[in-house]
Write a protein that binds this ligand. Structure first.
Ligand code: FE2
Length: 386
């Protein structure tokens, strides 16, 4: 097995770059788009100027504005019905990870109806399958800095029947162009800035110890993850204090997609547990949930990542051992106002079921050492009080 970096996404970053949307579409010969977003970004005044920008470039725009957090499969079906009616030749996603993931899933379902679940990683091990029919080109404009969905092949959707978050993965989901404009992020309130920013931190830290990252180490992947962590440590507290600070917003915008590039070897127990709490307890706060047990995960896997521990410790300015890095991360969480599991309303009587769910996904499957369900419960008890 070899390190293989294959990203076809054109990544454009900078204040104001979203104003080039119409031009990019027009040059690509796009005549009609389906614009996928939620009602919140529309109310924040972000969507209308972009639609105007596309229309000025002669592009016809259809809209699907029913995106929900942790996108349910039913909403993907509704969006697909809209796409079949509108018949777009490209998809534009404006919003956070939920909007981008919904756009990916709608795109795949529109072009290959009924085959989405065949691409679910939870059901198909580690396969990343191509679709039979080509997907429409996807253009994404993230309005949060955290999920990194703009450079990820994965669409996470919730299957309420299975009580599972399905990571549906295919290289075909990747956007054609990501216009990453920190000016679209200045209106993000502090709790969303913190939650999405800590999601990015989790991606980068978990990326240091994902199963494939340990099997096929790469200085390239490592450099993405470590630079993302450095950017988050310096930018997130500033963005929380002053949302209009463009240097901090730009740093976070870079960290979001760099952390995902650093996690191309897989994530770890932070996301395994975060997804499990979301599935079992129906709490919707991906960023805070996924960060909740990352510090414990680092300490648990420290024997596999001695060099990474040294580098993390240097960035966090703590002693180079697992326990100190764990405490350094927890202290950064507190600085960013992370909510404890208690504050998010988790019912600890469900901890055992959460622990069991955490053992079901691919992040657990590919881990070099696996905590027992009892160990997961202990971690949850520790994260409960924060
Ligand atoms: Fe995440």
């Amino acid at each position: 097995m070899f390190y293989d970096f294959d990203i076809p996404v054109r990544i454009v970053v900078g204040e104001g770059c979203s104003a080039q949307l119409g031009e990019y579409l027009s040059i690509a010969g796009v005549k009609k788009v389906l614009c996928v977003h939620d009602k919140g970004v529309a109310e924040a005044g972000i969507v209308d100027p972009l639609i105007e920008n596309m229309e000025k470039a002669g592009i016809e725009v259809g809209r699907f504005d029913e995106v929900l957090p942790d996108p349910p499969m039913e909403i993907v079906e509704v969006g697909t019905d809209v796409a079949e009616k509108e018949k777009p030749d490209a998809i534009v996603a404006i919003g956070g990870g939920s909007s981008i993931d919904t756009a990916k899933a709608v795109n795949a379902n529109y072009t290959n109806r009924g085959t989405l679940k065949d691409h679910a990683l939870n059901l198909n091990g580690l396969q990343i399958l191509p679709y039979d029919n080509p997907l429409k080109p996807l253009y994404v404009l993230p309005t949060t800095a955290g999920t990194g969905s703009e450079v990820s092949p994965t669409a996470v959707v919730t299957d309420k029947e299975l009580k599972l978050k399905l990571s549906i993965a295919s290289r075909d989901h990747l956007p054609k162009v990501a216009l990453i404009d920190p000016a679209l992020m200045v209106g993000m309130p502090p709790p969303i800035t913190a939650s999405t920013g800590l999601d990015a931190l989790s991606h980068a830290v978990e990326g240091l110890m994902g199963g494939l990252a340990l099997l096929i180490p790469s200085p390239m992947r490592l450099s993405f993850a470590l630079t993302a962590i450095e950017l988050i440590l310096e930018s997130l507290p500033v963005a929380l204090k002053d949302g209009k600070n463009m240097k901090a917003r730009t740093g976070m915008a870079y960290s979001a997609f760099m952390s995902i590039l650093g996690a191309y070897g897989g994530l770890s127990f932070g996301h395994a547990v975060g997804h499990a709490i979301g599935e079992v307890c129906e709490i919707h706060n991906h960023g805070f949930l996924c960060s909740s047990v990352v510090p414990q995960t680092v300490e648990y896997l420290e024997e596999f990542i001695p060099e990474q521990i040294t580098k993390l410790a240097s960035l966090l300015k703590v002693d180079p051992d697992g326990k100190s890095v764990k405490q350094g991360l927890q202290s950064f969480y507190r600085e960013c106002g992370v909510l404890s599991l208690k504050e998010m309303g988790m019912d600890m009587s469900m901890a055992k079921e959460v622990a069991h769910h955490a053992t079901l996904g691919q992040y657990y499957l590919i881990a070099p050492k696996k905590p027992s369900e009892e160990e997961f419960v202990q971690w949850l008890e520790e994260a409960y009080e924060g």
